[in-house]
Design a protein around this ligand. Sequence first.
Ligand SMILES: [Zn+2]
Length: 109
Amino acid sequence: MDKNIVLLIAGVVAVLLLKLVLERQRRPRNPLFSCGRCRKTTKHDERTIGAWRAGKEKFFCGPCHRAWLATRPKPIAAPTSRTSQGGCLGAVLLLAGVPAGLLLAWLCR
Ligand SMILES: [Zn+2]
């Protein structure tokens, strides 16, 4: 019985990992796209494939993307590189907060 539960959990983890790997390997059917700004036909790269996986339908070639990066207004509060850290920190705080809240509730009873 216990062995079956372990096998079930291992199976679920294996399926989730496989799904994650397949999702990472997913690529657009057409390796070429027409730039959303200059209309130049361009080959997908890691950046545009990442955007495609994120559900974007409009892609920009390298020069147009760099031009956009140079002209877009700079974020005041947090640069892009810190956003992922903030999300990670939020998850850590949430994971740490649940036991801490339970401990507080136990201490204050
Ligand atoms: Zn372009």
